[in-house]
Design a protein around this ligand. Structure first.
Ligand SMILES: [Zn+2]
Ligand SMILES: [Zn+2]
Length: 243
């Protein structure tokens, strides 16, 4: 599997950057995970939006869905050589209004997932875990060809992440806070919590994402590294990891 970061800031982007959006590829299948601010602009450096095969959304906060409408527009209005297939957008249905925006006639079609589902999308098997967040949100575990990647989406720390992430080849996790916030938030995780999760779950590699705009990212990484001995990456635009 190959993961490419399009947007990695939490809440809002810094200039010329984006918020949560990642491309996951395997066997030529292109799955977009979340469609945050500037995702469509940034992705064009790496992939033609017309070539996406499917989209999956963790939740409906703007920093994860801001560019859904723009993605529909580029598929509708872009100068494509041939008529594009209808794009499936997988999401939960606990926000009816948000879900309703995912279907656009002949362009995209909303498809529901549930926490207990194992979804098969192209080469990926995807399982879900409800997170701790102000709105319904789901973490995802992607498995393909014997490898697995876990995305925490947005969440405060919860013990159930450990089992859900067990032995994952790669974990990318909401690290919106420095260590002084550990144990205090019901919204996002802190550096040390993410590091501890990676350690307890024995994941092979960790990427910190949904990053804070203020403070030293080197410090954020060092705080996580105090808990986890394995390789730690800081998400950035265009970073590509092959698992
Ligand atoms: Zn977010
Ligand atoms: Zn959120």
């Amino acid at each position: 599997m190959k993961l490419t970061v399009f947007g990695h800031w939490g809440g809002y982007p810094l200039k010329n950057d984006g918020t949560s959006s990642y491309l996951l590829e395997e066997d030529g299948f292109k799955l977009l995970i979340d469609v945050g601010a500037s995702a469509v602009s940034i992705m064009q450096n790496y992939v033609d939006p017309a070539e996406l095969d499917a989209v999956i959304l963790s939740h409906y906060h703007p920093d994860h869905v801001a560019d859904v409408g723009i993605l529909q527009h580029v598929r509708l209005l872009g100068n494509h050589e041939k008529r594009l297939p209808v794009l499936p957008i997988y999401a939960h249905e606990e926000d009816e209004r948000g879900f309703s925006y995912l279907t656009m006639k002949d362009i995209s079609e909303a498809r529901t997932y549930h926490e207990t589902d194992t979804l098969e999308v192209g080469p990926f098997s995807i399982s879900f875990l409800r997170t701790i967040h102000p709105v319904p949100c789901f973490a995802m575990r992607f498995t393909a060809n014997g490898k697995s990647i876990v995305y925490t989406a947005d969440s405060a720390y919860q013990e159930s992440f450990v089992r859900f992430s067990e032995q994952a080849d790669f974990l990318f996790a909401d690290t919106n806070f420095f260590k002084e916030m550990a144990g205090k938030s019901r919204v996002h995780m802190a550096s040390v919590e993410v590091g501890r999760l990676a350690k307890l779950a024995s994941v092979k590699k960790l990427m910190l994402t949904h990053l804070p705009q203020n403070g030293s990212l080197a410090q954020l990484k060092n705080e996580a590294a105090a808990e986890f001995d394995g390789e730690i990456l800081l998400a950035e635009k265009g970073l590509s990891i092959t698992i």
